[in-house]
Write a protein that binds this ligand. Structure first.
Ligand code: CA2
Length: 152
């Protein structure tokens, strides 16, 4: 049986979700987002076919290392909210390009409706798709896409 592994990567400050600035980022914490994603697998009886690993870091090199760890592994997907690194990180972009793992870029807030510097993403043009502005549900939608596109 082909097992799909999904790695959910979250960038700097997202460990503060639910604790600060709920008016921008919502009141759902990262733990709750992770629990809901696991629930979605269980509801779909997929817990033996899909696995999800979660990783949050405030350090760019740790995210690069985590992506490199997935290199040469088969049947991988990445869901990534690079947070502030969205607008700065050629290093994370290069790591994703090197692994060739399909990924979905998620943002809680609508980055296009905010400051100009947030409109530039180093990821959108190489992502399978992007979800922005739909809050914590964005992670669920990304997972639903993977579920629908990896069956058989
Ligand atoms: O909307 C998003 O998901 C962002 O990726 C969040 C980043 C921001 O730099 C991007 O432009 C858009 C910021 C993450 C900070 O997360 C916090 C969460 C709670 C309280 C404070 C910061």
């Amino acid at each position: 049986m082909k097992i799909i592994n999904i790695t959910v990567l979250n960038g700097p400050n997202l460990n503060l979700l639910g604790l600060r600035e709920p008016e921008i980022y919502g009141s759902t914490g990262l733990n709750e987002i992770e629990a809901k994603m696991n629930d979605l697998l269980i509801e779909n009886n997929l817990e033996k076919k899909l696995t999800i690993d979660f990783f949050q870091s405030n350090r760019e090199y740790e995210l690069v290392d985590k992506i490199q760890d997935l290199m040469n592994k088969r049947n991988q997907w990445i869901i990534i909210n690079p947070a502030a690194f969205t607008h700065t990180s050629v290093a994370i972009r290069d790591a994703l390009l090197a692994t060739k793992i399909p990924f979905i870029e998620v943002h809680l807030s609508n980055v296009h409706a905010r400051e100009d510097f947030r409109k530039k993403s180093w990821f959108s043009d190489i992502a399978q798709g992007t979800i922005t502005g739909l809050g914590a549900n964005g992670y669920q939608f990304a997972l639903e896409h993977i579920i629908e596109n990896t069956q058989n």
